[in-house]
Write a protein that binds this ligand. Structure first.
Ligand code: FPP
Ligand code: MG
Length: 221
């Protein structure tokens, strides 16, 4: 990130904004709109069963990089400046950032079952602590909470884009289970797998925030 803080006049003109300010670290810029991200995600996981609640909240401990939500709110800001000359991220756009993080986390909980992984982000995995069966259900629970939050935004185009992401994740993970003998096919297979498993969530979440800059969000803002 330090590369983004150009200080010398030898740096290219893009190192300064039009008002002459230095560029801000995008992570700092994004976090302004994501204050309370993990608390808000935990509020979405309204579960009465103590164990299921503990399992599904396990990775929303505030220690993740929140890479996807940050990219999403930065894209939202860029779109809003372009469309409305407004820097404010709308509630519906912030919800998409939360939903992206929830879909991503649900997929990781399932991926750790598939990979029989025992550690993630410096802690034991959900499957390692609670076992595979309960880990699958915890991932399902996070995904269902994300779907409820998505439905609440009430924009069918956004729902369609983000449900496509879920399909892509499943297809990408499935593609990873297979391989190709031929070298050209192998590269094409790799690109498709990587787009579906990784890029689709980022690209489509960015597409979704561009579609709802003026939509009212869950809080009616
Ligand atoms: C990490 O892969 C896994 C993913 C990016 C996606 C996994 C997708 C699924 C399990 C499909 C189910 C999807 C949902 C939404 C429930 P990796 O093993 O290469 O990376 P890692 O080292 O972080 O585990
Ligand atoms: Mg894995």
């Amino acid at each position: 990130m330090s590369r983004l803080h150009h200080t010398t006049s030898a740096a290219c003109c893009c190192s300064k904004t039009r008002s002459g300010e230095k560029y801000t670290d995008p992570f700092k810029l994004g976090w302004r709109d994501l204050n309370g991200l993990y608390e808000d995600i935990r509020k979405e996981l309204l579960i009465s069963t103590a164990e299921l609640k503990e399992m599904s909240e396990y990775y929303f401990d505030g220690k993740g990089k929140a890479f996807r939500p940050i990219i999403v709110v930065l894209m939202a800001r860029a779109c809003n400046i372009h469309h409305n000359n407004s820097r404010d991220v709308q509630a519906s756009q912030r919800s998409i950032a939360l939903i992206a993080e929830m879909i991503h986390t649900a997929s990781l909980v399932h991926d750790d079952v598939i990979d029989d992984a025992s550690s993630r982000r410096g802690k034991h995995t959900v499957n390692k602590i609670w076992g595979e069966k309960k880990a699958v259900l915890a991932g399902d629970l996070i995904l269902s909470a994300a779907s409820i939050a998505l439905a609440r935004i009430g924009n069918t185009a956004v729902i369609s884009i983000l449900t496509q992401v879920i399909e892509d994740l499943v297809r990408g993970e499935f593609l990873q289970l297979g391989s190709k003998e031929n070298e050209n096919e192998r590269f094409a297979h790799y690109l498709e797998k990587t787009f579906k498993k990784t890029a689709s969530l980022i690209a489509n979440s960015c597409k979704a925030v561009c579609l709802c800059p003026r939509m009212p969000g869950p809080s009616g803002a």
